[in-house]
Design a protein around this ligand. Structure first.
Ligand SMILES: [Cu+2]
Length: 395
């Protein structure tokens, strides 16, 4: 039985459904919000009632049984059956009421309708990625240099539609939270978790990560755009062909994600544990062995996969291998990034690597596999995985 329809007649829900922001809770924007808030306010008003009652009685007794009025303490009766029954039965009734409404809301939250629209969510340090059934991917950079939102990067969902998010993590534990929808679910590496909602209001709402997941946990934000089905379909069509990042931007992103940044400088031309990459690509490297080799694509690739094959003179072979952890297209993107921070690389080559590839594939420049191929491949894999999950649900 559907929770919303079962309780739609209830006075409480009629009062709570579709409410705006209150002192305690943000505005309600999903079908689950009424049930969650109902449980909250039942508990809240029970607490208010007992707080006032207990504080009132305490105050009254302090006055009434003050030492000046009753100098001698008297014995109290040992047994009072009606009183004992009342302090057992009233709280019991209250917790049953709390359980009942809490349980109904919980069941609603944890049972996605079988035919809900499926979107995959990938949590990673420190961003959310959204993969739609047609292979389109959004997520990542949320603001441009001027601080304006990039709504294309947000999660988009159609209004008044059951949507289920099938979530996974690439690295550590994250937690997906949309306060206005009253949904929150851990995102766990090596496992799919689900959260579903029916957004009831068009608009843009915040998405937070609510599980401490590392240094930039607090910036692991995104937004959800709830829009009409027609606008959502237009968005999806555009998204399919869209690759939001240039190879250089992707490279810089992976440079941070894989922790290269901890040992290699890319800004100030300083030596940390490893050599700086400022003005490095396209130059020459002197090795411990006395040889000199060009710092080209192959050298970078080899350094990432077999760091000890060639050791830069004056450094120690402490770099860990990234073999099996990093994908080819990610190495390509890192190479693109290293090129853009080197003055040994011609300006027009760098310019091309900083450009977001056109949907048609022209204008991407660079020798590397285009970002779109990667995205499309990932998207296809995503669809397969989503289908697997869907089968799992039906069984
Ligand atoms: Cu996180």
């Amino acid at each position: 039985m559907n929770f919303a329809s079962a309780t739609a007649g209830s006075l409480h829900l009629a009062l709570l459904e579709g409410r705006g922001q209150t002192f305690w809770l943000p505005e309600q924007a999903s079908s689950a919000a009424g049930g969650v808030d109902l449980s909250f306010y039942i508990i809240y008003w029970i607490m208010v009632f007992f707080f006032v009652l207990l504080m009132g009685l305490t105050f009254m007794f302090v006055v009434k049984y003050h030492k000046g009025v009753h100098p001698k303490a008297e014995h109290t009766p040992h047994h009072n059956l009606p009183m004992e029954l009342s302090w057992i039965l009233i709280p019991l009734a209250l917790v049953i009421v709390i359980f009942w409404y809490g349980f109904k809301g919980y069941m609603h939250l944890t049972s996605p309708p079988a035919n809900a629209y499926q979107i995959r969510v990938v949590g990673k340090q420190w961003t959310w990625q959204f993969i739609y059934p047609n292979g389109g991917i959004s997520g990542g950079k949320l603001m441009d240099e001027q601080g304006n939102d990039i709504p294309e990067s947000f999660l988009h969902v159609p209004v008044d539609t059951d949507v289920v998010l099938i979530m996974e993590s690439e690295d550590v534990l994250h937690s997906f939270y949309i306060p206005q929808f009253r949904v929150k679910q851990d995102v766990v590496p090596g496992r799919y978790t689900k959260v579903w909602f029916k957004a009831t209001k068009e608009g843009t709402f915040n998405i937070f990560c609510t599980e401490y997941c590392g240094k930039d946990h607090s910036s692991m934000l995104s937004k959800v755009v709830v829009e009409s089905r027609a606008n959502f379909d237009i968005y999806l069509d555009k998204l399919k062909d869209r690759s939001p990042y240039s190879p250089a931007e992707n490279g810089e992103y992976y440079y941070g994600v894989f922790g290269c940044v901890q040992c290699h400088d890319s800004k100030d031309k300083v030596t940390i544990t490893g050599p700086t990459f400022v003005d490095a690509f396209g130059g020459q490297v002197s090795l411990e062995s006395g040889e000199t080799v060009p710092m080209d694509e192959n050298y970078v690739r080899e350094s990432i996969l077999e760091p000890n094959a060639k050791i830069h003179a004056g450094f120690q072979g402490v770099m860990p291998t990234f073999k099996g952890k990093i994908k080819d297209e990610q190495i390509n993107d890192i190479i693109a990034f290293l090129k853009t921070i080197s003055n040994n690389v011609p300006e027009d080559v760098k310019e091309a690597l900083r450009k977001v590839p056109e949907p048609s594939g022209e204008g991407a420049g660079g020798e590397s596999m285009s970002v779109e191929d990667g995205a499309a491949a990932e998207g296809a894999a995503a669809e397969d995985a989503a289908a697997d999950v869907a089968e799992g649900i039906q069984e």
